[in-house]
Design a binder for this molecule. Structure first.
Ligand SMILES: [Zn+2]
Length: 124
């Protein structure tokens, strides 16, 4: 038993922040973790920029979905490159770059532009 529930951890994470989403998502990053719940095995990472603390956070799909439902995410999207922001936030050297991220700049990607809650799996 942990002292905080998953929901509580998300609330604590969102507390005092003004979060906006990055467009796109990171696929299967290696050796990573979710900034919101601490999970070390997120298969996708979504970017969140805190306009208050001027920091970028990266959270797994479950957490992004919950945060959306909690209505703590602001509009519009962050106008920044999620891959570059991730590399900066997590201190990833240039040579350890993430694998190619095919959908990042795909303007047709439905969940990034028109998604009602901004959450969805990419469609092939
Ligand atoms: Zn998480």
């Amino acid at each position: 038993m942990t002292s905080t529930t998953y929901e509580e951890r998300l609330w604590l994470f969102a507390q005092g922040k003004r979060l906006r989403r990055f467009r796109g998502l990171l696929r299967a990053p290696r050796d990573t973790y979710c900034d919101a719940c601490g999970s070390s095995l997120p298969s996708h990472l979504f970017g969140l920029r805190d306009l208050e603390g001027k920091r970028d956070y990266f959270v797994g799909a479950n957490c992004m979905s919950r945060l959306s439902q909690m209505l703590v995410l602001e509009r519009p999207f962050v106008r920044a490159d999620i891959v570059a922001a991730y590399a900066l936030a997590r201190n990833i050297p240039e040579k350890l770059r993430l694998p190619h991220q095919p959908d990042l700049n795909d303007a047709e990607h439905p969940c990034c532009i028109h998604g009602r809650n901004g959450y969805g799996e990419a469609r092939a």
